[in-house]
Structure formats: C-alpha cells, structure tokens
Design a protein around this ligand. Sequence first.
Ligand SMILES: Cc1ncc(COP(=O)(O)O)c(C=O)c1O
Length: 461
Amino acid sequence: MDSLRELLQLTAHSAATYLEGIEERAVNAAASGPELRAALAEQLPEAPTDPARVVEELVEAADPGIVASAGGRYFGFVTGGSLPAALAADWLSSAWDQNGFSYVMSPAAAVVEEVAGSWLKELLGLPSTASVGFVTGAQMANVTALAAARHFVLERAGWDVARQGLQGSPPLRVFVGEERHATVDTSLRLLGIGCEQIEIVPADGHGRLRTAELARTLSDDPTIVCAEAGNVNTGAFDPFGELADATTATGAWLHVDGAFGLWAGASPRLRHLVEGVERADSWACDAHKWLNVPYDSGLVFCAHADAHRAATAVVGAYLVAADVERDGGAWTPEASRRARGFPVYAAIRSLGRRGIAELVERCCRHARRFAELLGDATDVQVLNDVVLNQVLVRFGDDDDRTCEVIRHVQQEGTAWFGGTVWHGRAAMRISVSSWRTTEKDVERSVEAILEAAAAVSGALR
Ligand SMILES: Cc1ncc(COP(=O)(O)O)c(C=O)c1O
C-alpha cells in the first residue's frame, strides 16, 4: 500500500508542478513527432518496470510533446481547461474505477449522473423532463440524438428502424444548415445517412440557417432538421423560435448541436441568444468545452425519452437492469464507460450557477477585447459580429499572409490560434473557452499576433 501511496503522490506532485508552471510554458509543443517517437517508441517491453519509474519516464518523454491547452492562452478549436474541482473528481473517477454503465455497477456514479443531469438541464434552460446521456463529446452526442430522431420520425411513419433497419424504410429527409459543424455530417454518416441524402439549407452572412428557405421545402415526410447553437467560426446562433415553428407545423424533429453555444443559456445576459432552443427535440453539448471539465465529456439531451432509450439501450440476460434507479448506459451508445458524472458534478458544484454565468460572460468579454484590440490595428480585419466567444480575423488581403501569421504565432509559442476558411477566404480563429484566461493573457496574445503580423509584413516586403 505504501508504494501505491507513493506512486500516487509522485504523480500528483508531477501534475501540480506542470499546472503551476503552465502560464510560463510555451503553449506549443517543443518536440516533433519523430523526436517524440525516438523518446517513447522502444521495443515492446518483455519484463515489468517499476510503476514509479514508468510514470517518471513517461513524464520526461511526453513533456516536450504536451500542448499547454489547459493554460490561459490556448485559443485553438473550442478548448476549455480543467477546473480544479473537476480535475480532482476526474482523478477520483479513475481511482474508484467505476463503470458508469449501470446502477448495480456503481450506485454513486448513477445517482451523481442523475443529479448532474438535472442541474445541467436547469442551467441550460432545457426541459426538466428531457432524458440525458453522458457521452465522450458533442460528436457522439449528435450521433445519439440523431439516432433517437431517426427512430422517432420513422416510427411515426409505421417503420421500426430498430427491428427493420434502414433498407426499405420510408424516405427520411434530413436538413442541415450550410454552415453546420462537420461532426453533424459524420454523425449522420455513422447512422447510414450519406452526404448525398442531406438537404442543405442556405445560411446568411453570419452562418445562420435561413428558416424561410427551409420552411419552403419542409414536407410531412419523416424529417430531421439539424440546427446550430454557436457556429464554430462566428459563434452565431440559428433562429430556434422560427425553426421550432416550422418543424412543429410539419412534425419534423429539430436537433440542436450546441457543443459550446448552449452554454449561453447559463448566463442571464446571453440567454437571449438561445431563445426558443427549449422547443427543440434534442440537444448535443460538451462539458469539456465551456464547463471546463477534463476530456472527455459530452452531453446529450432528448425531449423524447422513449426514442432515446430505444436507440441506445442494451438488453442482455446477464445485464442486471435497475427497476427504479437510472442506468447511465441506457442513454449512451457505449456500454462500459468511464463514470463521467463525477467531474461534471464537481465542476457545477465548485462554480455554482453564478460562477458558471461569470465564466461564460468573462470568456465573451475577452473575445470582444480581442476584437477591439485587433480591430484597431492596421491591416487587420475582424470578420464576424462577436456575439459569443468566437472571433475571426484576417491579415491584409491575401490568404497566404493570414496563413503565414497563423504559422508564425503557432511557432512562437506565446499563444495558440488555429486557422479556418470563412466565405472562401483564410481566417484566424480565436476561441476563448478557458476559465484560466485573463485580461493579461488577451493582451499578451494580441501582442504576439501583432508581432507575427509585422514579421510577416516585413518578410513579404
Ligand atoms: C459546434 C460543434 N459541434 C460539435 C463539435 C464536436 O465536439 P467534440 O469534439 O466534443 O466531439 C464541436 C467541436 O468543436 C463543435 O464546436
């Protein structure tokens, strides 16, 4: 036991040292793939190694390849950090090694999920009766919700997809916005709905689906409409009230991918952005983005619990189903699974409703500050209305210059930003999603961007 305690203390010490130094560390990885391979890829070990040595050597070899995305100056993709309480509870999930599949395998995991699920619905403004599943991320949340949608709309057309499959089913219409997130397509593909079967609805200049165009073509065939709460480039929100009117009129299922944007519902100041979202049939969200829970932690909610359960429940003679209590595995595509409720519960308890609203609002304030500081600089254009935590910028007129600035900033290491293509032109994406980001981080990062822009201009001159 002593050596186990020592091992865990050594590991905790190493993790704490890493996190204490994270703001001083370069945000990018120091080592290349071949360098990391040289340090890590030894022959398959024949003999055992002492666990403490395994951990120490792993830390040493992996460290140069670790990206400081848990720090305050990582603005790539949509990346949250880890709140201290969530990180600690995540460690406990590993130490307890609970299987989140069923109540009988872990009553604590099951009840904590149930409680956290109720809190989440209240925070996000979703119906209290919605079913909840704790999945790996928003892509799997989309898969789960769309599987429930497929089941529900086909069942109403007299077709049991669980029994009869998709071949020969009544035609299923699926509408997506032109600027939907890429994982919506992947999720549909995994459910047997190919890209040529998807009907694409044009978007406006901010990336919002145009409801009038959708309403013109909706029919009363089995139909699923996929909307976005928070465009991954601009942060824009689809018009949920209008969409719910249109889908209710024809009986279509409305799904909302709100991986990060649904968190606007947790802030009294930003709630207007998701007005009407509660009228949807299903929702995908992430806790590992804006709630700042460690990876992996996605959330799916469904207004039609029966359809949700029909799409995901597992039945087997040896699987002891709870009579009264909630089995977490009945609501997710995975059977055995990490007890993801613990860190979500801890994150919500540690911040409270007020702290979560402040976190979301603070990130949006930082995003506006980025836009202000960069918008004032010569030759930098802010391309979007900064309604949330996403900012898009462009440097000069040609795409190469923007790509070069992004490359420079990424290599320099003060901060990290990714690139994208918006309306056919290259842009830098800034996504502020971490509890750690401060005003100082924003200012330091803007300086790094402007220095990179000046260096690229100098080189191009
Ligand atoms: C809008 C949106 N949907 C879905 C996803 C996929 O989320 P995940 O990577 O957690 O599966 C993302 C990720 O950035 C996103 O921004």
